[in-house]
Structures are given as structure tokens and as C-alpha cells.
Design a protein around this ligand. Structure first.
Ligand SMILES: *[C@@H]1O[C@H](CO)[C@@H](O)[C@H](O)[C@H]1NC(C)=O
Ligand SMILES: *[C@@H]1O[C@H](CO)[C@@H](O)[C@H](O)[C@H]1NC(C)=O
Ligand SMILES: *[C@@H]1O[C@H](CO)[C@@H](O)[C@H](O)[C@H]1NC(C)=O
Ligand SMILES: *[C@@H]1O[C@H](CO)[C@@H](O)[C@H](O)[C@H]1NC(C)=O
Length: 564
């Protein structure tokens, strides 16, 4: 039998540091006050060379003033992020050969080259000290080079990496893209699934599963069959994680057929270490330990969904304590797993595993049928999240009811369009006529705004709600429409992508940065809301911008500034 992965065994030791850092975090909040306080900063601190964890543990309780806190931090800890070192990517060229051949406008091209150059700022390598002494860092060691999203997100994230890879492919940085994919494969080998991010405090949840899509895009760009072979066992392992009892729910349709679909569910019922002070404050509204643990479980599960936070997971959209994430069967998650099953079938075929190819092709078709039978709403002509009764335990077979579809409008209701996207070799999932009907329903949904597609139509102050627009959502929907076969849908996708490129450009010109999210109400506004300050950098926004420019081109006479 193979020895168990080293890091799973180490986890209890790694969590000792997390628990010390959480104590530092709450001490810092008490002493420094809430102004500009970012709890994540403290759980990212590595122990300083020579500093002793137990001594820091003993010293933290005695800290009562700002000066003492500063001295304590300087004595025991190194700077957050100092355990990731700069790494000039060797495959970076200032202007790669064949870069964006269809971008003719000089202004668009000059800017695209600046965004391309941001890969150099965001590329890192995990310092050798991390692998040598993993117990002194919350950062997890990774074998290859990494690209971080930027700002406070100073580590690798799972679903962000898909759009980072898409952008790197446009930038012809195939080796860096491959390193990123192999790092995620390594996480599956070590932990059994891809972690939310490469930190010891992210080991009990994942994020929207797009690893197979990264492998597929890289294979399509490079023909690297060795990569497919290398990733294949990890893709099978990741698939079993997403269809395991933890995530799977059985639902019987009106014809008596039982379908399987998946939901998000983190293995965690405590405050998220990176936001513990915020989670504890929220939970302080609840009386019992059991109620608090339930809330923490729902919060961590919302973080697993990537949509943290959103009225999508709340039974009362103005009250965060009503999060019910694990009782929601999400449209997008099942779309991603359906795509994963199809990708695995394609890979199995490529490497000659015919029987596995057949099993996964069938699984993908079954999930597609489940999505169409249980999540499709023929009156609204979009797919809707399905809400299970929150007093149950999600075991056994649920009987489907129309009234359990959540009729609220979210951008995720349109994500199955993405199944039209190319490179699978198995043909489109939706027929052209259906894609066009879904497009019309999107056009009248209220989501389509001057600067892109909004996340929802309700302004709750949560960052995955109106008026924020997120790069991945623009890209998934536009790419689905572009590949639907309909000229009208293609033109609409180009319109959305154009709005998005323009708002990115205007915000870049005024702020000098690419942003994590944008306010889609007007061209040139970056986004806000949520539990932390808006961030810049920014991995997935850069990736989507480059992918859009590649797909769309930009002619000489097309204005790139905001339309007047
Ligand atoms: C659904 O999942 C259950 C439990 O994993 C399994 O026994 C059953 O065969 C699956 N049903 C279908 C239709 O795939
Ligand atoms: C987190 O995951 C680890 C490893 O799978 C497990 O041993 C531990 O019990 C989990 N923690 C919680 C709080 O569920
Ligand atoms: C919590 O306790 C307070 C005071 O004892 C009580 O008024 C309130 O109804 C309780 N709330 C819940 C949700 O049980
Ligand atoms: C939703 O939550 C808000 C804020 O806690 C509360 O005022 C309101 O009554 C709640 N609405 C419902 C329908 O429970």
C-alpha cells in the first residue's frame, strides 16, 4: 500500500499555527481597533526565523497596547507574503510572437501588453523554507511556480486559476500554465481534492471544480498528452469527491426517475480562520453553540461555492445568519461537474481507456438530463437553483416540486450555456434554438447592464449581488453564446464582451489597476461591497480580458474608451 500523503498527516501540526494566529488576529482587533482591520493578514504571517511558536503563544495574551502589538508582531513573525518569493517566469516575453493577432487598434494593443506584463508581478514561487519547515507557515508548499490573484490574495486559489490559465495561454506562457495545473494536481494527490486555496486553513473546503477544464484548454493549446496522463488519476479522484455522499443528493422527478445532482458542503463548522473575527461577530447574534456551528458550516460552504457572499444562499437576503448554502442544488456547480465528466470521457478516449470513457460519457449525459429535468424552468427559459427543505438532512430520495426552484434572477441561471463551449469534440449540449431562447430570457432579465452582466438583480451589499459584475461570469456566459451556432447570440456575446473590455479599460486608465470586480451600472467603475476592501491585481480579470481580446479582436477604428 502507498504511504499516506505527507501533508494530510502533518495537518494537525499545521493547525497549531493557525490556532495561534487566530489568537493573534483577535488580539490585534482588540488592540488596534476595527479601522482598516483585515483578519486575513494575521493568519498569513509566517513565524520569524528563530522564533518559537510556544513562546509566541505565551506572549500574545500579555499584549495590551498598540506599541506592544507592533513589538510582538516584529519579534515573532515575518511579513505576510514573505514566504512567496518573486519568480521571473522564464516563458514571459514582453511581446510574444503571434500575440493577439486580431487586435489592430494601437491603443488596445498597448494596454493589452501592459496587462500581459502583469503576469510578471503576479508570478511567485513558494520559498524553500516552506517545504523545509511546513509547521512555521500557513502557506502550503507547491512543486511549481504560481500566479496569485493579487493584493490580500497572496496564495493560489482554485477556480481563479482557470481564468489565469486562459490568460496565460493567450500570453503564450505554456510552461507557467502547466505549472499551475500541476500544482492543483499535487493538491489532489495530497488532500484528495483541490483545496479552496493553498493554505493550511483552506484544507476543509474546495471551490468550483474547473481542473479538468484547465487540463483540456492546455491540451488543446499544446497537444501535451503527457499532461493528460499525469492529471488523469487526480481527475478521477476529484470526481469521486464531488459525487461522494458529502455532495450528492438524489431527487425523483415527476415521472418517477431518480437523478443525482451535487451541492456545496464544506467539512467545517467553526469560524473561517481567515475571517474568524467577522464570523464570530455574526454568530454572536445566535444563542446556542449548535446554532453557531450550523451557521459556520453554511458560511464555509458559501466560501466553497466561490460566491461568498450572495443572497443566492440566504433565505432572507438582508440577514446573513439565514445562509442555507448546503440545502441549495446549484445550477453552476452541476454544470461544472457535467463538463468535468465530459472532459474525463474525452481524456479517457485519448489515452485508450475505452471503458472509462464510456462510463464518464454516460455520467455526463445523466447529469445533463438531471439538469434539464430538475433545474430547467420552461416558463422563465432559464435554469434555476433547487432548494431542498432546510429541516431535512439531504439523505434519501427527495420528490421534485416546481415550487422548490428558486425563481430569483442570478447570473448563474445562465451558466449551462457554457456547455456549448468548444474543445470537447463531443458537440454542443444545447441546440441552437434553445440557446437563443435562453439568450432572450437573459436580455429581459434585468442582468444586462451598461458595463456587463450583473451578478443578481438585488442590491444587498453582498459582493456577489447587484451591482457587481465578475469577470468569470461574463466569460462563461459570453463563451457559451459565442459557440451556440446562432449569429444573433454571437453578436450579443460580442456586445457583452465589448462592454466588459471598455469598463476594464476605463477603470485601468483612472486607477492604474485591474480590479477584482466591477460595478456594471456605468462604464469605468470598479466594484464594492462585501467583507473586505476591493482588491486589485487581478488574476482572473486579466485572464478574461486577454481571452476576450483574443476571441473578439479589436479593430483599428473601434473606440476602446467608454461610449459617450
Ligand atoms: C445516484 O447515486 C446513488 C448513490 O451514490 C447511486 O446508488 C445511484 O446509482 C445513482 N443513481 C443514478 C441514476 O446515477
Ligand atoms: C477537516 O478535514 C480533515 C481532513 O480531512 C479532518 O480530519 C477534520 O476532521 C476536518 N475538520 C472539521 C472541523 O471537520
Ligand atoms: C436568544 O436569547 C434571547 C434572550 O434570552 C431571546 O430573546 C431570543 O429570542 C433568543 N433568540 C433565538 C434565535 O433563540
Ligand atoms: C429579514 O431580516 C431582516 C433583518 O434581520 C428583518 O428585519 C426582516 O424582518 C426579515 N424578513 C423576514 C421575512 O423574515
Amino acid at each position: 500500500m502507498a504511504p499516506p500523503p505527507r501533508h494530510l498527516l502533518l495537518l494537525p501540526v499545521l493547525l497549531l499555527l493557525v490556532s495561534l494566529l487566530q489568537r493573534v488576529q483577535s488580539g490585534a482587533l482588540r488592540v488596534l481597533g476595527p479601522r482598516d482591520f483585515d483578519p486575513k493578514l494575521y493568519v498569513d504571517l509566517p513565524l520569524a526565523p528563530g522564533a518559537d511558536r510556544a513562546a509566541a503563544e505565551a506572549a500574545v495574551a500579555a499584549v495590551t497596547t498598540r506599541g506592544e502589538m507592533e513589538a510582538f508582531l516584529a519579534r515573532y513573525f515575518a511579513r505576510a507574503g514573505s514566504d512567496l518569493v518573486e519568480a521571473d517566469p522564464p516563458d514571459f516575453e514582453a511581446e510574444p510572437r503571434g500575440f493577439l493577432p486580431r487586435v489592430a487598434s494601437g491603443e488596445a494593443r498597448a494596454w493589452a501588453l501592459q496587462v500581459h506584463a502583469l503576469w510578471k508581478d503576479l508570478a511567485r514561487r513558494v520559498a524553500p523554507s516552506v517545504a523545509a519547515r511546513p509547521d512555521r507557515h500557513t502557506l502550503l508548499p507547491l512543486p511549481g511556480r504560481v500566479v496569485v490573484p493579487g493584493s490580500r490574495f497572496r496564495e493560489v486559489y482554485y477556480w481563479d486559476s482557470y481564468w489565469v490559465v486562459r490568460g496565460l495561454l493567450v500570453s503564450k506562457m505554456y510552461d507557467t500554465a502547466k505549472d499551475i495545473v500541476l500544482n492543483l494536481v499535487y493538491l489532489v494527490e495530497e488532500y484528495g481534492f483541490v483545496l479552496n486555496g493553498a493554505r493550511s486553513y483552506y484544507t476543509n473546503r474546495s471551490q468550483p471544480p474547473l481542473l479538468s477544464s484547465m487540463v483540456l484548454e492546455l491540451y488543446a493549446a499544446t497537444g501535451d498528452l503527457g499532461l493528460v496522463r499525469r492529471a488523469f488519476p487526480s481527475l478521477l479522484k476529484e470526481h469521486s469527491f464531488w459525487v461522494s455522499e458529502l455532495h450528492n443528493v438524489e431527487i425523483m422527478d415527476n415521472h418517477g426517475r431518480v437523478h443525482n445532482l451535487s451541492r456545496y458542503q464544506a467539512m467545517w463548522n467553526k469560524p473561517r480562520p481567515e475571517s474568524a473575527t467577522i464570523d464570530e461577530e455574526l454568530a454572536s447574534k445566535l444563542n446556542s453553540t449548535a446554532a453557531k456551528e450550523k451557521l459556520y458550516h453554511q458560511i464555509a460552504s458559501a466560501a466553497e461555492s466561490g460566491w461568498d457572499f450572495s443572497s443566492r444562499w440566504m433565505s432572507n437576503s438582508t440577514d446573513m445568519t439565514t445562509l442555507v448554502t448546503t440545502f441549495v442544488i446549484p445550477v453552476d456547480l452541476n454544470t461544472f461537474i457535467c463538463k468535468m465528466e465530459r472532459d474525463i470521457a474525452v481524456f479517457a478516449e485519448l489515452i485508450g481507456e475505452k471503458a472509462t470513457a464510456e462510463i464518464f460519457s454516460q455520467a455526463s449525459k445523466a447529469r445533463h438530463t438531471a439538469i434539464e429535468s430538475l433545474l430547467w424552468n420552461s416558463e422563465m427559459e432559464q435554469w434555476l437553483d433547487y432548494w431542498l427543505p432546510t429541516d431535512g438532512n439531504c439523505q434519501g430520495v427527495y420528490k421534485w416540486e416546481l415550487k422548490s426552484q428558486n425563481r430569483k434572477i442570478f447570473a448563474s441561471n445562465f451558466i449551462p450555456l457554457w456547455l456549448n463551449a468548444h474543445n470537447s469534440g463531443l458537440g454542443p449540449f444545447l441546440d441552437e434554438a434553445k440557446s437563443v431562447r435562453v439568450m432572450r430570457s437573459l436580455q429581459t432579465s434585468g442582468l444586462v447592464c451598461p458595463a456587463g452582466i450583473a451578478t443578481s438583480v438585488s442590491n444587498t451589499g453582498q459582493q456577489w449581488d447587484f451591482p457587481n459584475g465578475w469577470a468569470p461570469l461574463q466569460h462563461l456566459i459570453a463563451e457559451g453564446l459565442l459557440n451556440s451556432g446562432s449569429t444573433e447570440a454571437k453578436e450579443f456575446a460580442e456586445d457583452i464582451a465589448t462592454r466588459w473590455v471598455r469598463t476594464n479599460y476605463a477603470a485601468y486608465k483612472s486607477s492604474g489597476a485591474m480590479h477584482e470586480k466591477y460595478d456594471v451600472e456605468a462604464c469605468g467603475k470598479s466594484g464594492g461591497g462585501g467583507e473586505y476592501k476591493p482588491q486589485t491585481g487581478f488574476g482572473w480579470s486579466n485572464g478574461v480580458l486577454l481571452a476576450f481580446l483574443e476571441e473578439l479582436g479589436w479593430s483599428q477604428d473601434k473606440e476602446i474608451g467608454c461610449p459617450s
